[in-house]
Design a protein around this ligand. Structure first.
Ligand code: FAD
Ligand code: NAD
Length: 474
């Protein structure tokens, strides 16, 4: 039986980053992963690279270009005729990007001397892991032993019993990333991150998109001022968002899918060409044998860990979507780095309070820290500075001036407590706020920082000034 210093289970952004950092620190490292590509080949990268972050952003970018050329180019004096979308090419481009990146990880594993063990892993208790290679007979099952085990098995789409996926009419996010033609009528259950991102993709390509959301609030986890502004813009873009809608049944045949739902006392039925179920994700512990091996699970069915990602068993750790906290790639990756470094005796920490969120609609929505509602609920005294993107020269020059930046800071200490952005490329603006907050910075620190002109980042500067009623351009 081969013995390793560290065996990582799962090669998503949590697992593969953890494995690389372990190898950098001199540990003999193996990473077991059971993921198969659509053509049945073992692939690295997990959800993020294969069916999550990367393919969705590839389609968001392609559809954004299509939308710009179709609707906005003329405003710039660029008249384009005969615009035609080629969905096969668009999907093919996305697939090639995924392939390039997943192969890149295989290259990084090779470079760092990490053994890629292809197959499903099962914990055997103690310090042993059983590996079942895909498609091989049971004779080829083997065991490895490890001084330390890191579980990074990620998450899977949450199931909705009234809308079971059938890989044809009713699909999850993976299915919605691989449509071979634009559905004329697209239904989506769940107005969360996936519903809004994939709803935007297909709406831009011409689908009539209806999103059914169970909650009465739109984007409940976001700051509600930003959420309300985003909702208005998304509705203007063509998304039909129905809040407080409880789906009660679905029926699919070869041609279409019908959905019944209740909104208050109102019962309605809609018919779509495709229906996407996007009601959250569940931690993935299937087949892992965690409980049998004595690993405690949490109330959500994921692995129970402490702040440093240690489980109840000595030398067994868990990171990423399979543990508490937001299900985001950068959160998984930074937990992976922390665990590797702590195994090497370093005192690395991970700040769960400062994980930024980005929703890649257009404009993008991004935030970090507390919302205004949370501060009110906690009875905190705070200052709020809001700067509209429309007052940014750079945004006007780009012809992209919807949105706002809002900075919330402690009324006594001026320390930044939350930053909420609805703006073009909000994903590239939020790191400034995360960095400032990581250094326990104040709104005044941002207000005194020189921001290049003309940039959208100046809107962050102005939001900081606005929190002290001294914004210069409003
Ligand atoms: P995963 O990436 O899920 O990887 C887990 C890996 O473990 C998989 O390869 C799985 O096959 C393997 N595995 C599971 N069990 C076993 C086992 N027993 N044995 C062997 N292997 C096993 N996050 C962002 O931050 N930004 C985004 O823009 C973003 N977009 C997304 C878009 C979509 C459509 C989806 C679905 C998700 C998106 N996410 C995004 C979320 C992001 O993909 C996840 O948070 C991230 O992939 C979690 O990383 P992980 O390493 O914990 O798990
Ligand atoms: P989500 O939690 O973001 O949204 C799910 C939505 O579905 C919620 O608004 C919820 O109220 C609603 N819902 C739940 N049950 C419902 C029901 N029965 N009927 C109608 N609505 C219902 O989950 P998601 O959009 O599926 O995405 C899963 C996770 O994947 C995200 O939370 C995030 O962690 C990750 N992700 C991140 C990104 C990103 O970072 N840009 C993109 C996609 C996915």
């Amino acid at each position: 039986m081969k013995n390793y210093d560290v065996v990582v289970i799962g090669a998503g952004p949590g697992g593969y980053i953890c494995a690389i950092r372990c190898a950098q620190l001199g540990f003999s490292t193996a990473c077991v992963d059971g993921e198969l590509s659509s053509s049945g080949k073992p692939v690295l990268g997990g959800t993020c690279l294969n069916t999550g972050c990367i393919p969705s952003k590839a389609l968001l970018d392609s559809s954004h270009h299509y939308s710009f050329i179709s609707h906005d180019a003329a405003e710039h004096g660029i008249n384009v005729t005969g615009i035609k979308a080629d969905i096969h090419k668009m999907i093919g481009r996305k697939d090639r990007i995924v392939q390039k990146l997943t192969r890149g990880i295989a290259g990084l594993f090779k470079k760092n001397g990490i053994d890629w063990l292809q197959g499903q892993a099962k914990l055997l208790g103690g310090a042993e892991v059983e590996v079942t290679p895909a498609g091989k007979d049971t004779a080829e099952i083997y065991q490895v032993s490890a001084k330390n085990i890191v579980i990074a098995t990620g998450s899977v789409p949450a199931k909705l019993p009234v809308a079971a996926t059938d890989r044809n009419r009713i699909v999850d996010s993976t299915g919605a990333l691989a449509f071979t033609e634009v559905p004329k009528r697209l239904g989506i259950i769940g107005a969360g991150v996936i519903g809004l991102e994939l709803g935007s993709v297909w709406s831009r390509m011409g689908s009539r998109v209806t999103i059914l959301e169970a909650l009465d609030d739109f984007l409940a986890p976001a700051d509600q001022e930003i959420a309300a502004a985003a909702q208005k813009l998304l509705v203007k873009q063509g998304l039909d968002i129905r809040l407080g809608a409880t789906v009660t049944g679905t029926g699919a045949n070869n041609r279409e899918v019908s959905v019944t739902y209740e909104q208050g006392n109102d019962k309605q039925q809609l018919t779509f060409d495709k229906l996407v179920v996007a009601v959250g994700r569940s931690p993935n512990v299937e087949g892992l044998g965690a409980e049998d091996a004595g690993v405690n699970l949490n109330s959500g069915g994921g692995i129970e860990v402490d702040k440093q990602c240690a489980t109840n068993l000595p030398n067994v750790y868990a990171i990423g979507d399979v543990v508490r906290g937001p299900m985001l790639a950068h959160k998984a990756a930074e937990e992976g780095v922390m665990v590797a470094e702590r195994l090497a005796g370093q005192k690395s920490e991970f700040n769960l309070d400062l994980v930024p969120w980005v929703i890649y609609t257009w404009p993008e929505i991004a935030w970090v820290g507390n919302t205004e509602y949370e501060l009110k609920e906690a009875g905190k005294k705070y200052n709020s500075g809001v700067f509209p993107v429309a007052a940014s020269g750079r945004a006007l020059a780009a012809g992209d001036s919807d949105g706002m930046i809002k900075m919330l800071s402690d009324a006594d200490t001026d320390r930044i407590l939350g930053v909420h952005i609805l703006a073009p490329n909000a994903s590239e603006l939020i790191p400034e706020a995360v960095l400032a907050m990581e250094f326990e910075g104040s709104a005044e620190d941002i207000a005194r920082t020189i921001h290049a002109h003309p940039t959208l980042a100046e809107a962050m500067h102005e939001a900081a000034l606005a929190s002290d009623q001294r914004a210069l351009h409003i």
